[in-house]
Design a binder for this molecule. Structure first.
Ligand code: GTS
Length: 299
């Protein structure tokens, strides 16, 4: 069982056969070791097979006090005679989106690679067509992203927000400008792709494939200019634009197999980034694997 810190309910733990006392006792040493000042909080947990759908399996488990600051991560505690518990703060991120990778997978890759947790609220077509959620969205569209009290629309604003708050926006203003430039280039490409998928697939695919190398070339060029293509898209640290570009390239490898074959640096870049341990685990996870790439197509 994996435990994080958030709000509380005892029902799921009890349902899974854990007593509140067991969890409390197991977490007490961890709780005592956390930094002060105290911030009353609670523990939430994930119990395989018990979690609610659409919440990434996260279920609320049991009340417990924690003094962990937001940056606190991971300590292992053993539940008496039953299982291992890892406790960490669950960040207040929520992604509200359709059941697809679409405009959210770069965000998810970023969060996963940065060791963050998040909640998913999956919106079905039926729910969307009821209209009330659409009416409540600022631009009448998803995704919607919550970071605590902050609600954001526009997927690139979400990436930039996380870029700023998690230090993924280049090392200085010059690099930040380049990160923006790449991200805008990815956005242009994503719009072309989205138009193809949703409005013009049968008629437009051949031309799209033909023109694809010309649209991928600029990214190969930029990579080549940065440490011979052996690093990130900008500078020597990962940025939100890397996750966005990686997502775009992975999607295109599925849409147009072999499309990176004539781009050795981009091919190596995709392999290198995808091998980052946390990212690799996320890319191999059922959540990622089972999510269609594009809502409208069966890939
Ligand atoms: N610029 C927006 C962003 O980047 O978030 C575009 C959002 C958007 O186009 N959302 C689509 C939507 O809500 C879904 S998807 O294109 O991301 O798959 N469509 C439903 C609707 O009613 O417009």
């Amino acid at each position: 069982m994996t435990l994080g810190v958030g709000s509380s309910s005892k029902a799921t733990a009890l349902q899974a056969g854990y007593s509140v006392q067991m969890l409390g006792a197991a977490l007490a040493p961890l709780n005592a070791s956390l930094p002060r000042p105290a911030t009353p909080s609670a523990v939430t947990g994930h119990i395989p097979g018990v979690g609610r759908r659409g919440m990434s399996g996260w279920s609320r488990v049991v009340n417990i006090r924690s003094r962990a600051p937001p940056a606190f991560r991971c300590a292992a505690v053993t539940l008496p005679a039953t299982c291992i518990v890892r406790s960490f703060l669950v960040p207040p991120y929520t992604i509200v989106y359709f059941p697809a990778r679409g405009r959210c997978e770069a965000l998810r890759m970023l969060l996963a690679d940065q060791g963050q947790s998040w909640k998913e609220e999956v919106v079905t077509k039926d729910t969307w067509h009821q209209g009330s959620l659409k009416a409540s969205c600022l631009f009448g569209q998803l995704p919607k992203f919550q970071d605590g009290d902050l609600t954001l629309y526009q997927s690139n604003a979400m990436l930039r927000h996380l870029g700023r708050s998690l230090g993924l926006y280049g090392k200085d203003q010059l690099e930040a400008a380049l990160v923006d430039m790449i991200n805008d280039g990815v956005e242009d490409h994503r719009k072309r792709c989205s138009y193809l998928i949703h409005h013009n697939y049968e008629e437009g695919k051949a031309r799209y494939v033909q023109e694809l190398p010309g649209h991928l070339k600029p990214f190969e060029t930029v990579l080549a200019q940065n440490q011979g293509g052996q690093a990130f898209i900008v500078g020597d640290q990962i940025s939100f634009a890397d996750y966005n570009l990686l997502d775009l390239l992975l999607a295109h490898q599925a849409l147009v197999p072999g499309c990176l074959d004539s781009f050795p640096l981009l091919s190596a870049y995709v392999a290198r980034l995808s091998a980052r341990p946390k990212l690799k685990a996320f890319l191999a996870s059922p959540e990622h694997m089972n999510r269609p790439i594009f809502g409208g197509l069966q890939i």
